[in-house]
Design a protein around this ligand. Structure first.
Ligand code: FES
Length: 162
């Protein structure tokens, strides 16, 4: 006998959805945020269940979620890189830093490398504008980044030096 939704033990997604009784599509973004906060990312299964709950097709949910940088569709890597794209960092060249990360790791923002070593996220100002351009890896800030420094930092994290 196959398990039905009713037989499935209540889990974190059920708890989150229960916080949004009679919700419509206006609740989509907060629900996605809650699920990501809890699970770390938006899995295919989570998206399907949110869609069922809100009466929205998964394609619609992906369409909305991919519009926002904040959502991830893969689990975070062992090393989570956040590249600041706020104004001060932008003026000081953060786009070239972001491009260098994308090039070095061959992933886009919101993705994780196949080996699970790195994930990449683009963030707005992270409150260290005097250090621009700045990146954050696993909560540690790296100031006045250059592409050469970036390569060294990636190498150090890859080898577990950091
Ligand atoms: S703009 Fe990057 S830390 Fe403020």
């Amino acid at each position: 006998m196959t398990a039905t939704a009713l037989e499935r033990p209540r889990d974190a997604i059920d708890d989150i959805l229960a916080d949004y009784p009679n919700a419509g599509r206006e609740a989509l973004i907060p629900i996605l945020q809650d699920v990501q906060d809890r699970e770390g990312f938006l899995s295919r299964e989570s998206i399907g269940r949110i869609g069922q709950y809100l009466g929205l097709p998964a394609s619609k949910i992906y369409g909305v979620a991919t519009f926002y940088n904040q959502f991830r569709f893969q689990a975070l890597g062992k090393n989570h890189i956040q590249v600041c794209r706020g104004t001060a960092c932008h003026v000081k060249g953060s786009l070239s830093i972001l491009d260098a990360v994308r090039h070095e790791l061959k992933i886009e923002p919101g993705q994780t490398t196949k080996d699970g070593q790195f994930s990449l996220e683009v963030v707005a100002c992270i409150g260290a504008c005097g250090l621009a351009p700045v990146i954050c890896v696993n909560g540690e800030f790296f100031a006045t980044m250059t592409t050469a420094q970036l390569r060294q930092i990636l190498e150090d994290f890859r080898e577990g030096v950091q």
